[in-house]
Design a protein around this ligand. Structure first.
Ligand SMILES: [Zn+2]
Length: 439
C-alpha cells in the first residue's frame, strides 16, 4: 500500500525537511502569523475586524483561538472588502448562490498564484488514485478559466495523465458514448450524478470504470457500498469547497478518511454553537484558515460542515493526520423536536439505497409534515417502494417517539417533475418552508 501522495506535497511545498507533526505545526503557525499581518495590511474587512489582534502576539495555537471566526455572511455582505490585491490581479471570480432572500451573493476571488496552488494540490492528490495509462473523465464544468474542470485538466497534464472534461452530465447516454470513445476508466464527479449514471448505464460502468473520485457533496455510504460491491469500483472521496480554492483533502488508498492540504490550509474542528475547541476526535464544525492565499485569504472561516479528526494514524503509514468522513452540513438538517435533528445525510443513506431512486428532495411544509419527493428511473410499484422507504425511516431509532406520537409525519410522493438530469452544481438541500418557529 502506498503512502498518501499528500505527504509528498507537504514535504515538497513546506520545506519542513523532517516528517514531523511538530515541524508542520511550527510551519503552520508561522504562516498563520504571516497571513494575519498580510490581511490586516491589505483587506479592508480584516483591518477593521481584527483591529484588536496583533500578529506578533500570536505565538501559539492557543493564542490563535482568540482570533474571531469569519462567517459566510461576512463575505455575502461585502465580498469586495476581503480583497487583498488590486482587482486587475483577480483571474477568477466564483459567484455562489445563497439560500437567503436578501439578493446578495457570495463571491470568491482568486489570483493566478491561488489557482496554481490548487493545481499543485490536484496534481499530487490525483496521484493517490491514478496510475500511468489511466484515462480520466471529469464531470465538472471546465470551460471557463480557473474552473474546477480546467484546473483538474491542468493538474493531470502535469503528471501526464489523459483527461477529458465533459462538464456536468446532462444525459447518461452521451456520457456512456464518451466513455467508450475515449477509453475512459476513471471518473471524477458529483455523488448523485455518478449514482444516476451507474444505475442507468450499469453495464458500461461495470465493464469500463474501475475507480471514481467523488466530490462536492455528502457522499452516502450506501452509494460507496453499491459501487464497491456491485461494480467492483474503487471509490475515493475528496473534501473541499470553493472558499478553500476548491481542494481541501483527499483519501489515500486505505479509503479511510481524508489527508488534508495542510501546506496551504490550517484546519480546526470546533463546537458549532460555542465556537470552543472540542475534544480531539469528537465531531464538530470544520473551520479553516488559508495559509498562502493571495487574493482573498480567510481566517478561521466557519464552513458549516460537520466532521471529526481521526484519533488513529492512517494505515498508509503517513505522519499526516486524517479527518473522518464529513457527516453533512449543519444547514442540511431539520429540527423535529427540541434540539433533536434529522440530517439529510441520514435520509440519503435510506432513500438512495433503493435502486429505483434517481434522486429525491425534501420539503417541510407544516410543522410536522415532511414530504419526500422521489424521482424514479422507471415505472415501479410505487406503493410498495414508499412503504419500504417509510420502514427504513422508522428504523432511525432516535426519532421513534416523534413518529409514534405523530409529532412528525413522513409522506412519500412520486415526483412528476421532469426526469431530466439538472445541470446544476448546487449542493442538495432541504426546503424548509416552516416559519422560523420550531416545535
Ligand atoms: Zn493514509
Amino acid at each position: 500500500m502506498k503512502c498518501t501522495t499528500i505527504e509528498k506535497l507537504i514535504m515538497d511545498k513546506t520545506e519542513i525537511q523532517y516528517k514531523s507533526r511538530k515541524r508542520l505545526k511550527e510551519y503552520q503557525l508561522h504562516k498563520i502569523k504571516e497571513t494575519i499581518a498580510y490581511v490586516k495590511e491589505n483587506s479592508k474587512f480584516y483591518r477593521e475586524y481584527l483591529k484588536d489582534i496583533k500578529a506578533e502576539y500570536i505565538n501559539s495555537f492557543k493564542d490563535f483561538k482568540n482570533v474571531p471566526f469569519t462567517n459566510s455572511k461576512d463575505i455575502i455582505q461585502n465580498p469586495f472588502r476581503f480583497l487583498c490585491v488590486p482587482q486587475k490581479n483577480i483571474k477568477r471570480v466564483v459567484t455562489l448562490k445563497t439560500s437567503g432572500t436578501t439578493g446578495y451573493e457570495k463571491r470568491i476571488y482568486f489570483t493566478e498564484k491561488d489557482l496554481e496552488l490548487t493545481v499543485d494540490f490536484f496534481s499530487y492528490g490525483m496521484k493517490s488514485l491514478v496510475d500511468e495509462g489511466d484515462r480520466i473523465l471529469v464531470m465538472f464544468p471546465g470551460n471557463s478559466y480557473g474552473s474546477i474542470g480546467y484546473l483538474l485538466k491542468r493538474a493531470l497534464e502535469k503528471i501526464n495523465i489523459y483527461c477529458y472534461v465533459q462538464g456536468i452530465m446532462k444525459n447518461t447516454s452521451d456520457t456512456a458514448d464518451i466513455i467508450k470513445n475515449k477509453h475512459i476508466n476513471c471518473i471524477v464527479g458529483i455523488p448523485i450524478q455518478l449514482l444516476q449514471f451507474s444505475r442507468s448505464q450499469s453495464s458500461i460502468f461495470k465493464d469500463r470504470i474501475d475507480k471514481i473520485l467523488l466530490s462536492s457533496d455528502y457522499v452516502p455510504e450506501t452509494l460507496v457500498n453499491e459501487m464497491t460491491d456491485k461494480f467492483k469500483t474503487k471509490v475515493f472521496t475528496h473534501y473541499g469547497m470553493t472558499e478553500m480554492g476548491y481542494g481541501g483533502a483527499v483519501q489515500c488508498e486505505t479509503l479511510n478518511g481524508y489527508h488534508l492540504r495542510e501546506n496551504d490550509i490550517y484546519f480546526e474542528i470546533v463546537d458549532p454553537t460555542t465556537g470552543r475547541e472540542i475534544k480531539y476526535g469528537e465531531p464538530g464544525e470544520v473551520v479553516f484558515t488559508t495559509l498562502k492565499s493571495e487574493g482573498m485569504p480567510l481566517i478561521r472561516y466557519k464552513t458549516g460542515d460537520i466532521a471529526s479528526f481521526s484519533k488513529n494514524c492512517c494505515k498508509c503509514g503517513s505522519f499526516l493526520k486524517t479527518m473522518n468522513k464529513v457527516l453533512g452540513r449543519i444547514d442540511n438538517r431539520f429540527e423535529i423536536s427540541s434540539h433533536k435533528y434529522i440530517y439529510m445525510s441520514q435520509l440519503d443513506e435510506i432513500i438512495l439505497s433503493f435502486p429505483q431512486v434517481m434522486n429525491y428532495s425534501l420539503h417541510i411544509e407544516d410543522y410536522n409534515k415532511i414530504y419526500v419527493y422521489l424521482t424514479l428511473f422507471n415505472q415501479c410499484d410505487f406503493n410498495k417502494l414508499s412503504l419500504e422507504i417509510l420502514k427504513g425511516i422508522k428504523n432511525i431509532t432516535f426519532i421513534e417517539d416523534e413518529l409514534l406520537n405523530n409529532i412528525i409525519e413522513f409522506k412519500i410522493i412520486n415526483s412528476t417533475e421532469d426526469k431530466q438530469i439538472k445541470n446544476s452544481m448546487l449542493k442538495r438541500k432541504i426546503y424548509d418552508n416552516r416559519k422560523k418557529v420550531y416545535l
